[in-house]
Design a protein around this ligand. Structure first.
Ligand code: NAD
Length: 252
Protein backbone atom coordinates (compact mmCIF):
# COMPACT_ATOMS: atom_id res chain seq x y z
CA UNK A 1 0.00 0.00 0.00
CA UNK A 2 1.43 3.37 -1.03
CA UNK A 3 1.03 5.92 1.77
CA UNK A 4 2.27 9.06 -0.02
CA UNK A 5 0.91 8.78 -3.57
CA UNK A 6 0.33 12.19 -5.18
CA UNK A 7 2.07 14.11 -2.41
CA UNK A 8 5.11 16.36 -2.70
CA UNK A 9 7.39 17.70 -0.01
CA UNK A 10 10.77 18.17 1.51
CA UNK A 11 13.35 16.31 3.59
CA UNK A 12 16.29 18.18 5.18
CA UNK A 13 19.51 16.46 6.15
CA UNK A 14 18.67 14.02 3.36
CA UNK A 15 22.25 13.38 2.28
CA UNK A 16 22.85 10.78 4.99
CA UNK A 17 21.42 8.50 7.66
CA UNK A 18 17.81 8.98 8.74
CA UNK A 19 17.13 11.79 6.23
CA UNK A 20 18.37 9.75 3.27
CA UNK A 21 16.38 6.68 4.37
CA UNK A 22 13.24 8.81 4.76
CA UNK A 23 13.64 10.53 1.38
CA UNK A 24 13.96 7.08 -0.22
CA UNK A 25 10.98 5.76 1.76
CA UNK A 26 8.61 8.63 0.87
CA UNK A 27 9.60 8.24 -2.78
CA UNK A 28 8.99 4.47 -2.58
CA UNK A 29 5.54 5.35 -1.19
CA UNK A 30 4.79 7.44 -4.28
CA UNK A 31 5.76 10.97 -3.23
CA UNK A 32 7.83 13.51 -5.12
CA UNK A 33 10.60 14.64 -2.80
CA UNK A 34 12.83 17.68 -2.54
CA UNK A 35 16.08 16.29 -1.15
CA UNK A 36 17.90 18.96 0.82
CA UNK A 37 21.24 19.03 2.59
CA UNK A 38 24.13 21.48 2.96
CA UNK A 39 26.38 18.77 1.57
CA UNK A 40 25.71 18.92 -2.17
CA UNK A 41 27.58 15.74 -3.05
CA UNK A 42 25.80 13.45 -0.59
CA UNK A 43 22.42 15.08 -1.31
CA UNK A 44 22.83 14.43 -5.02
CA UNK A 45 23.76 10.81 -4.23
CA UNK A 46 20.39 10.42 -2.46
CA UNK A 47 18.62 11.90 -5.50
CA UNK A 48 20.43 9.45 -7.79
CA UNK A 49 19.42 6.51 -5.57
CA UNK A 50 15.76 7.59 -5.74
CA UNK A 51 15.69 8.36 -9.46
CA UNK A 52 17.53 5.15 -10.39
CA UNK A 53 14.86 3.20 -8.49
CA UNK A 54 12.13 4.93 -10.53
CA UNK A 55 11.20 7.60 -7.96
CA UNK A 56 10.91 11.36 -8.34
CA UNK A 57 13.40 13.61 -6.55
CA UNK A 58 15.45 16.79 -6.98
CA UNK A 59 18.28 18.25 -4.97
CA UNK A 60 17.87 21.65 -3.32
CA UNK A 61 20.95 22.79 -1.38
CA UNK A 62 20.30 24.54 1.95
CA UNK A 63 22.09 25.22 5.22
CA UNK A 64 19.19 25.13 7.68
CA UNK A 65 21.00 27.44 10.09
CA UNK A 66 20.64 30.31 7.57
CA UNK A 67 17.13 31.80 7.53
CA UNK A 68 17.37 33.25 4.02
CA UNK A 69 18.47 29.89 2.63
CA UNK A 70 15.58 28.12 4.37
CA UNK A 71 13.05 30.64 3.03
CA UNK A 72 14.45 30.14 -0.48
CA UNK A 73 14.34 26.33 -0.05
CA UNK A 74 10.70 26.26 1.02
CA UNK A 75 9.66 28.72 -1.72
CA UNK A 76 11.58 26.76 -4.38
CA UNK A 77 10.09 23.42 -3.28
CA UNK A 78 6.52 24.74 -3.15
CA UNK A 79 6.90 26.55 -6.49
CA UNK A 80 8.52 23.54 -8.21
CA UNK A 81 5.84 21.09 -7.09
CA UNK A 82 2.90 23.52 -6.83
CA UNK A 83 2.24 22.34 -3.27
CA UNK A 84 3.94 21.48 0.02
CA UNK A 85 2.18 18.45 1.48
CA UNK A 86 4.86 17.27 3.91
CA UNK A 87 8.17 18.34 5.41
CA UNK A 88 10.63 16.28 7.43
CA UNK A 89 12.83 18.77 9.29
CA UNK A 90 15.63 16.42 10.15
CA UNK A 91 19.04 18.06 9.59
CA UNK A 92 21.05 17.99 12.79
CA UNK A 93 24.45 17.88 14.37
CA UNK A 94 25.81 16.23 17.52
CA UNK A 95 28.22 19.06 18.39
CA UNK A 96 31.09 18.46 20.80
CA UNK A 97 31.17 16.36 23.95
CA UNK A 98 32.24 18.17 27.16
CA UNK A 99 30.74 19.00 30.54
CA UNK A 100 29.18 22.46 30.52
CA UNK A 101 32.02 24.03 32.53
CA UNK A 102 34.40 23.16 29.69
CA UNK A 103 32.02 23.85 26.81
CA UNK A 104 32.96 26.33 24.11
CA UNK A 105 30.04 28.77 23.85
CA UNK A 106 30.51 28.98 20.08
CA UNK A 107 29.83 25.23 19.84
CA UNK A 108 26.67 25.64 21.93
CA UNK A 109 25.53 28.43 19.57
CA UNK A 110 26.25 26.34 16.47
CA UNK A 111 24.32 23.30 17.73
CA UNK A 112 21.35 25.49 18.66
CA UNK A 113 21.52 27.24 15.29
CA UNK A 114 21.27 23.94 13.37
CA UNK A 115 19.13 21.74 15.63
CA UNK A 116 16.69 24.32 17.00
CA UNK A 117 16.82 27.44 14.81
CA UNK A 118 16.95 25.16 11.76
CA UNK A 119 13.62 23.62 12.78
CA UNK A 120 12.22 27.07 13.68
CA UNK A 121 13.19 28.58 10.30
CA UNK A 122 11.83 25.57 8.41
CA UNK A 123 8.45 25.63 10.14
CA UNK A 124 8.19 29.44 9.92
CA UNK A 125 8.08 29.21 6.11
CA UNK A 126 6.57 25.74 5.71
CA UNK A 127 3.34 26.68 7.52
CA UNK A 128 2.84 29.54 5.04
CA UNK A 129 3.36 27.24 2.04
CA UNK A 130 1.12 24.56 3.59
CA UNK A 131 -1.63 27.07 4.33
CA UNK A 132 -1.52 28.01 0.65
CA UNK A 133 -1.75 24.27 -0.28
CA UNK A 134 -4.73 23.70 2.03
CA UNK A 135 -2.80 21.88 4.79
CA UNK A 136 0.09 19.51 5.31
CA UNK A 137 2.15 17.43 7.72
CA UNK A 138 5.42 18.41 9.40
CA UNK A 139 7.71 16.03 11.28
CA UNK A 140 10.66 17.42 13.26
CA UNK A 141 13.51 15.17 14.32
CA UNK A 142 14.13 15.38 18.05
CA UNK A 143 15.77 12.48 19.87
CA UNK A 144 15.37 10.40 23.00
CA UNK A 145 17.85 13.04 24.20
CA UNK A 146 14.88 15.42 24.00
CA UNK A 147 13.20 13.31 26.71
CA UNK A 148 16.03 12.25 29.04
CA UNK A 149 19.35 13.69 30.19
CA UNK A 150 22.62 12.59 28.57
CA UNK A 151 26.19 13.10 29.77
CA UNK A 152 28.59 15.69 28.34
CA UNK A 153 26.43 17.36 25.71
CA UNK A 154 24.29 20.20 27.07
CA UNK A 155 23.89 21.78 23.63
CA UNK A 156 22.45 18.66 22.00
CA UNK A 157 20.30 17.84 25.03
CA UNK A 158 18.86 21.37 25.21
CA UNK A 159 18.25 21.62 21.46
CA UNK A 160 16.37 18.33 21.29
CA UNK A 161 14.13 19.16 24.31
CA UNK A 162 13.35 22.47 22.59
CA UNK A 163 12.37 20.73 19.33
CA UNK A 164 9.63 18.88 21.22
CA UNK A 165 8.42 22.16 22.75
CA UNK A 166 8.27 24.08 19.48
CA UNK A 167 6.52 21.10 17.83
CA UNK A 168 3.72 21.25 20.41
CA UNK A 169 3.38 25.00 19.99
CA UNK A 170 3.03 24.97 16.21
CA UNK A 171 0.64 21.99 16.36
CA UNK A 172 -1.70 24.07 18.54
CA UNK A 173 -1.45 27.26 16.48
CA UNK A 174 -1.89 25.63 13.04
CA UNK A 175 -4.19 22.64 13.64
CA UNK A 176 -7.24 24.60 12.56
CA UNK A 177 -5.49 25.33 9.26
CA UNK A 178 -5.09 21.62 8.49
CA UNK A 179 -1.41 21.47 9.40
CA UNK A 180 -0.27 18.61 11.62
CA UNK A 181 3.08 18.85 13.42
CA UNK A 182 4.78 15.97 15.21
CA UNK A 183 8.23 15.07 16.49
CA UNK A 184 10.20 11.88 15.94
CA UNK A 185 12.43 10.81 18.82
CA UNK A 186 14.97 8.27 17.56
CA UNK A 187 16.98 6.08 19.86
CA UNK A 188 20.51 5.06 18.86
CA UNK A 189 20.40 4.54 15.10
CA UNK A 190 23.23 3.30 12.89
CA UNK A 191 24.18 6.47 11.01
CA UNK A 192 27.47 8.35 10.65
CA UNK A 193 26.35 10.68 13.47
CA UNK A 194 26.02 7.82 15.96
CA UNK A 195 29.22 6.11 14.84
CA UNK A 196 31.20 9.36 15.19
CA UNK A 197 29.65 10.11 18.60
CA UNK A 198 30.39 6.63 19.94
CA UNK A 199 34.01 6.93 18.85
CA UNK A 200 34.29 10.04 21.01
CA UNK A 201 32.95 8.26 24.12
CA UNK A 202 34.77 5.86 26.45
CA UNK A 203 34.51 2.07 25.97
CA UNK A 204 32.62 1.97 29.30
CA UNK A 205 30.02 4.40 27.94
CA UNK A 206 29.60 2.33 24.78
CA UNK A 207 29.11 -0.86 26.81
CA UNK A 208 26.56 0.78 29.11
CA UNK A 209 24.69 2.11 26.09
CA UNK A 210 24.32 -1.33 24.54
CA UNK A 211 23.35 -2.80 27.92
CA UNK A 212 20.61 -0.15 28.25
CA UNK A 213 18.86 -1.34 25.06
CA UNK A 214 16.02 -3.75 25.95
CA UNK A 215 16.10 -5.28 22.47
CA UNK A 216 19.93 -5.43 22.53
CA UNK A 217 20.07 -3.99 19.04
CA UNK A 218 20.64 -0.59 17.48
CA UNK A 219 17.93 0.96 15.32
CA UNK A 220 18.32 1.19 11.54
CA UNK A 221 17.70 4.42 9.58
CA UNK A 222 14.83 2.56 7.88
CA UNK A 223 13.13 2.05 11.27
CA UNK A 224 13.03 5.84 11.67
CA UNK A 225 12.01 6.34 8.04
CA UNK A 226 8.98 4.03 8.40
CA UNK A 227 7.78 6.06 11.38
CA UNK A 228 8.40 9.40 9.65
CA UNK A 229 6.52 8.32 6.52
CA UNK A 230 3.56 7.18 8.58
CA UNK A 231 3.42 10.47 10.50
CA UNK A 232 3.50 12.37 7.18
CA UNK A 233 0.75 10.21 5.69
CA UNK A 234 -3.02 10.56 5.95
CA UNK A 235 -3.08 7.46 8.16
CA UNK A 236 -1.94 9.80 10.94
CA UNK A 237 -4.64 12.38 10.08
CA UNK A 238 -5.69 12.95 13.71
CA UNK A 239 -2.21 12.80 15.24
CA UNK A 240 -0.61 16.14 16.00
CA UNK A 241 1.56 17.67 18.71
CA UNK A 242 2.90 14.29 19.71
CA UNK A 243 6.37 12.77 19.91
CA UNK A 244 6.77 9.31 18.41
CA UNK A 245 9.58 7.50 20.22
CA UNK A 246 11.35 4.95 18.01
CA UNK A 247 14.02 3.58 20.32
CA UNK A 248 13.54 -0.18 20.80
CA UNK A 249 12.31 0.51 24.32
CA UNK A 250 15.38 2.51 25.46
CA UNK A 251 13.37 5.20 27.33
CA UNK A 252 11.48 3.44 30.11
N1 NAD B 1 21.60 8.52 14.73
C1 NAD B 1 21.07 8.58 15.92
O1 NAD B 1 21.31 7.73 16.79
C2 NAD B 1 20.11 9.69 16.24
C3 NAD B 1 19.38 9.60 17.45
C4 NAD B 1 18.50 10.60 17.76
C5 NAD B 1 18.30 11.67 16.92
N2 NAD B 1 19.03 11.74 15.76
C6 NAD B 1 18.78 12.90 14.91
O2 NAD B 1 18.45 12.46 13.62
C7 NAD B 1 18.76 13.49 12.66
C8 NAD B 1 19.54 12.89 11.52
O3 NAD B 1 20.77 12.42 12.02
P1 NAD B 1 21.53 11.14 11.44
O4 NAD B 1 21.76 10.25 12.58
O5 NAD B 1 20.86 10.66 10.23
O6 NAD B 1 22.95 11.83 11.13
P2 NAD B 1 23.80 11.97 9.80
O7 NAD B 1 25.04 12.68 10.25
O8 NAD B 1 23.91 10.67 9.11
O9 NAD B 1 22.92 12.95 8.90
C9 NAD B 1 22.74 14.30 9.20
C10 NAD B 1 22.60 15.06 7.90
O10 NAD B 1 22.30 16.43 8.22
C11 NAD B 1 23.10 17.26 7.37
N3 NAD B 1 23.30 18.56 8.01
C12 NAD B 1 24.00 18.83 9.13
N4 NAD B 1 23.98 20.14 9.39
C13 NAD B 1 23.23 20.71 8.40
C14 NAD B 1 22.84 22.04 8.10
N5 NAD B 1 23.24 23.08 8.87
N6 NAD B 1 22.05 22.27 7.03
C15 NAD B 1 21.64 21.23 6.25
N7 NAD B 1 22.01 19.96 6.46
C16 NAD B 1 22.79 19.70 7.53
C17 NAD B 1 24.39 16.49 7.18
O11 NAD B 1 25.11 16.93 6.02
C18 NAD B 1 23.89 15.06 7.06
O12 NAD B 1 23.59 14.72 5.71
C19 NAD B 1 19.51 14.57 13.44
O13 NAD B 1 18.62 15.63 13.75
C20 NAD B 1 19.94 13.84 14.70
O14 NAD B 1 20.14 14.72 15.78
C21 NAD B 1 19.92 10.79 15.41
Amino acid sequence: MLLMEGKAGLVTGAGSGIGRATAIAVANHGATVGVSDYNEESGKETVALINEAGGKAEFFRCDVSEEEQVKALVDLTANTYGTLDFAFNNAGTAGEFAPIGEMDSAVFDRVMKINLYGVFYCMKYEVLAMEASGGGAIVNTSSINGLIGIPRNASYNASKFAVIGITKNVAIDYGAKGIRVNALAPGPTTTPMLTDALERHTPEFRESMYASLPMRDLLKPEDQANAAVWLCSDQARMITGTTLVVDGGRVP
